[in-house]
Design a protein around this ligand. Structure first.
Ligand code: PMP
Length: 394
């Protein structure tokens, strides 16, 4: 499928300029149809029943989960279905056998979901070392390397920043972690939807992502693990091989992480979303967004009273651009963009409050984020509207 042809699958784009895909993406008709088909034609619980619908539903569900795992190149490992990235990261924080004195290294670029779970571990005697980027938000790999010590158990970094759109060299980071004997968790919330991802090639131990940011339904996400070596958050029906009054034996592989009925329709929808992205091609998605990001940055940076946040546009990036308008609070700018031209953007600290403080923008930014359905014309309309409102503000 050609990327230009996908817009009709997203009815919301008819009336609005949706530039908030980093928060959640729109979802195309085939994804909705796949979920409706499950509900109307073969709805049954999975994994346990012998009747015909249970058999079909179980096959479709397992195929869907396998397809999601393949989408990120994870066939050599295990994939546990979660509600979102936050739950996936939380499952690692809760499931590793921490000992007092263990250390975690993370960065100040992180979304709260990849920072707070580690800060909470301080209560259990785990030390957290936070590597700071420069004042523009650029991370020096040497600083990260220097922070990793012999007692560092885990390094947790984002693959792509949800504020600045910058992409971190996770493959190199994985190499450093391997040399130092630390495990690596990659927060892929902003990379899985926008870049070709191959967890095996990256060499990480855990990769977390959200279905709702990659055309899938809300309430779906995943935790990929190189080895299913975490203590599950929950145990119960579906997650054990056998149980007696004395105890239980956990099921092997990813099944041990699926206590209770999973979001069956959701995972079927998510697999359809992955197939949809594959039909377009993730390299095409990446290039499309890179072009739009460059257009946004050039257009916004040329406006008086508008400042684009973050390092210059030369490095690898996703289609996320943050900026400020002089004399206008980001929330006000977002509201006016909606009222004036039905341009929907996000404003505020984007769940990255420590980063915002660090780069000197405590009120946050206005953030425009693109996806496969975003057009160059929409970007131009947005830039023209920002020009208009910034003239009014100054
Ligand atoms: N990490 C990053 C980089 C994100 O952008 C987000 C979502 N804004 C999250 C984690 C959390 O994702 P979710 O809300 O789906 O758990």
């Amino acid at each position: 499928m050609k990327i230009e042809d996908c817009r009709t699958d997203f009815p919301i784009t008819r009336d609005l300029i949706y530039l908030d895909s980093a928060a959640t993406s729109l979802t195309p008709k085939p994804v909705v149809q796949a979920m409706v088909e499950y509900d109307l034609r073969y709805r049954a619980n999975v994994g346990r029943g012998m009747h015909r619908l249970a058999v079909v539903a179980t096959h479709r569900y397992r195929d869907a989960r396998d397809a999601v795992r393949s989408f990120v190149g994870g066939d050599g490992g295990a994939l546990a279905v979660t509600r979102n990235t936050t739950e996936a990261i939380g499952a690692v924080a809760a499931g590793l056998a921490w000992q007092r004195g263990d250390r975690v290294v993370t960065t100040l670029l992180e979304h709260h979901s990849n920072l707070l779970p580690w800060l909470r571990l301080r209560e259990r005697g785990v030390a957290v070392d936070i590597v700071r980027p420069d004042s523009e938000g650029c991370l020096d790999l040497a600083d990260l390397e220097a922070a990793i010590r012999d007692d560092t158990r885990l390094v947790a970094v984002t693959h792509a920043s949800n504020v600045l759109g910058t992409v971190l060299p996770v493959r190199e980071i994985a190499g450093i972690c391997r040399d130092r004997g630390a495990r690596l968790l990659v927060d892929g919330a902003q990379s899985a939807p926008h870049l070709p991802v191959d967890v095996a090639a990256i060499g990480c131990d855990y990769f977390c992502f959200s279905g709702h940011k990659m055309l899938g339904p809300t309430g779906t996400g995943a935790l990929w693990m190189r080895r299913p070596d975490l203590e599950p958050l929950f145990v119960g029906g579906g997650s054990v091989e056998s149980a007696t009054a004395e105890g239980y034996i956990l099921a092997p592989g990813e099944q041990r992480y699926e206590a209770g009925t999973p979001p069956i329709a959701g995972v079927i929808g998510l697999a359809r979303a992955a197939a949809y992205l594959r039909e377009i091609g993730m390299e095409t998605v990446r290039r499309h967004e890179e072009r739009l990001a460059a257009r946004l940055i050039d257009g916004l940076a040329a406006l008086d009273g508008v400042t684009v946040a973050g390092p210059d546009a030369s490095g690898e990036r996703i289609g996320v651009v943050s900026f400020t308008v002089e004399g206008m609070h980001p929330h006000e700018a977002a509201q006016v963009l909606d009222e004036a031209a039905a341009v929907l953007v996000r404003s505020g600290h984007h769940c990255c409050q420590p980063l915002m403080e660090h780069i000197g923008l405590p009120d946050g930014t206005v953030r425009a984020s693109t996806y496969i359905y975003t057009t160059a014309e929409e970007v131009d309309t947005m830039i023209a509207t920002v020009e208009e409102i910034s003239r009014r503000a100054t």
